[in-house]
Write a protein of this length. Structure first.
Ligand code: NAD
Length: 492
């Protein structure tokens, strides 16, 4: 934390909320949780900053984000290491998260010169009609433990170039990485020089702090990432005050492996998607829908690949680190019990590394052969459980892919052009992400990220997701000396 410039008073309090490392369960910090009144004061300060920031030309706002990208490059290793310590990600994935922050900064810098609207043909002579985009206000960001830094950066980089202020409430499980990000942005702000005070703020708090952000009418947009349970609470509360939401909620992602699939590629891809980040990605592969003719061979190869996966301290040369906490471990075990009750045949799933880390929760990733898409398969258990189901016809595979409440990511492994194109067509996958010959996880920054149905419908990151952070205005200008009305109405 010191290396990243976070004052020790912020995280080394004598009392307060305890932060544990999932690596070994040790206490790594204590932080003070902010009360709703403190959150309100932060929102007030952010709103004042917004009133000034919206007047700064967008390319100049981009300069702040460019500087932030530079600071992140300089501190990539230290921030990545902190992600490993606080969220339990392996070194490569901790660094990968910081790289994602750098990538979105680059994207946002370019965008700061491209926040363009439209000109539209007017039906009236001597008139111009156009569409323009304006800054929105304070953007509230609520984030989950499993992407403790990248999700905020996706939101903050776009929000800042769009002329907004940001108030961030990170997961109570990962406050340290949030404090570190804020300190690093502070360096960029110092180098920038004249940004208004209070432009970016972090609220360290639990659900009550999140609710204060959700209910405040000075926050026109709440971008909330987390469980579907959380979104079910946040969505209606923001809507009740006519605020806007970007909801990025739970996923239950499937891959179809068709008879023509390249199995070598499929196995490698399944391994990364299903066991990477110990199954704690919103895009983790949870359902494998494999053609009956290939099931036995694929399962045999997968089991062999799973047996080679190194599990342990994420800072060492391992591929799978710990689950975030005991509650996550218990939820996984309950899921496996239910799967057995519903006819599943389970391999793996047991606790490992217990002697070395008695207060942490490492598990062997589980493969569960299911007789069909039962209740447990339709539910997102945030742990490395891969349910395997067989299919006979392509239509049946598509139906299984779509027949769950969530709609985030999906993929197909096939070399049959018809299947590949049908999967990505109007009658194909109903998810926000549909990939061919690539797994479900590991999206790039350039595309819009998000999902349908209970995943919440939000879009973040690339493409035109920036429009979610601005308000749209339609302008009509009459440069003639007459006053024609639309629809040919005569009113005199
Ligand atoms: P969580 O829902 O427990 O918490 C997420 C955040 O919401 C935390 O900051 C929490 O304090 C806050 N929160 C909870 N209830 C709230 C309320 N009523 N009002 C305001 N804030 C509230 O999720 P988690 O366990 O941290 O993360 C795992 C979940 O997040 C999984 O379901 C995963 O799929 C999902 N996720 C989704 C995406 C995506 O982009 N779709 C990305 C990452 C994680």
């Amino acid at each position: 934390m010191k290396k990243l410039g976070v004052p020790s008073g912020a995280w080394a309090a004598e009392a307060g909320h305890a932060v544990h490392s999932p690596i070994d369960g040790s206490l790594i910090a204590r932080v003070a949780l902010e009360a709703p009144q403190q959150v309100a004061a932060r929102i007030g300060a952010a709103h004042r900053a917004f009133l000034a920031w919206r007047q700064v030309p967008a390319p100049r706002r981009g300069e702040l984000v460019r500087l932030f990208g530079d600071v992140l490059r300089e501190h990539k290793a230290a921030l990545g290491e902190l992600v490993s310590v606080e969220a339990g990600k392996i070194t490569q994935e901790g660094l990968g998260e910081v790289q994602e922050m750098i990538d979105i900064c680059d994207f946002a810098v370019g965008l700061s010169r491209q926040l363009h609207g439209l000109t539209i043909a007017s039906e009236r002579p001597g008139h111009h009609m156009r569409e323009t985009w304006h800054p929105l206000g304070v953007v509230g960001v609520i984030s989950a433990f499993n992407f403790p830094v990248a999700v905020w950066a996706w939101n903050a980089a776009l929000a800042l170039v769009c002329g907004n202020a940001v108030v961030w409430k990170p997961s109570e499980k990962t406050p340290l990485t949030a404090l570190a990000c804020q300190a690093l942005l502070g360096r960029a702000l110092a180098a920038f020089g004249d940004a208004p005070a209070g432009l970016s703020q972090v609220v360290i708090g639990d659900r009550a702090a999140g609710e204060a952000l959700v209910d405040d009418p000075r926050v026109p947009l709440v971008s909330a990432t987390g469980s579907t349970r959380m979104g079910r609470e946040v969505g209606p509360r923001v809507a009740a005050r006519f605020g806007r939401c970007i909801l990025e909620l739970g996923g239950n992602n499937a891959m179809i492996v068709a008879p023509s699939a390249d199995l070598d590629m499929a196995v490698r891809s399944i391994l990364f998607s299903a066991v990477g980040t110990a199954g704690q990605r919103c895009t983790t592969l949870r359902r494998l829908i494999v053609h009956r003719s290939m099931r036995d061979e694929l399962l045999a190869r997968l089991r062999a690949a799973y047996a080679r996966v190194r599990i342990g301290d994420p800072r060492q040369d391992n591929l799978v680190g710990p689950l975030i906490d005991r509650a996550a471990f218990n939820a996984m075990q309950e899921g496996l019990v239910q799967a057995r009750r519903e006819g599943g045949v389970v391999s793996g799933g047991e606790r490992v590394c217990q002697a070395e880390f008695p207060s942490a929760y490492y598990v062997a990733p589980a493969i569960v052969e299911m007789p069909g898409q039962t209740a447990v398969v339709r539910h997102e258990t945030f742990a490395p459980i891969l349910y395997v189901m067989a299919y006979d016809s392509f239509d049946e595979a598509l139906q299984l892919n779509n027949e769950v409440p969530q709609g985030l990511s999906s993929s197909i492994f096939t070399t049959d052009l018809r299947e590949a194109e049908a999967f990505q067509s109007a009658v194909g996958s109903d998810c926000g992400i549909a990939n061919v010959n690539i797994g479900t996880s590991g999206a790039e920054i350039g595309g819009a990220f998000g999902g349908e149905k209970e995943t919440g419908g939000g879009r973040e990151s690339g493409s035109d997701a920036w429009k979610g952070y601005m308000r749209r205005q339609t302008n009509t200008v009459n440069y003639s000396r007459a006053l024609p009305l639309a629809q040919g109405i005569v009113f005199d």
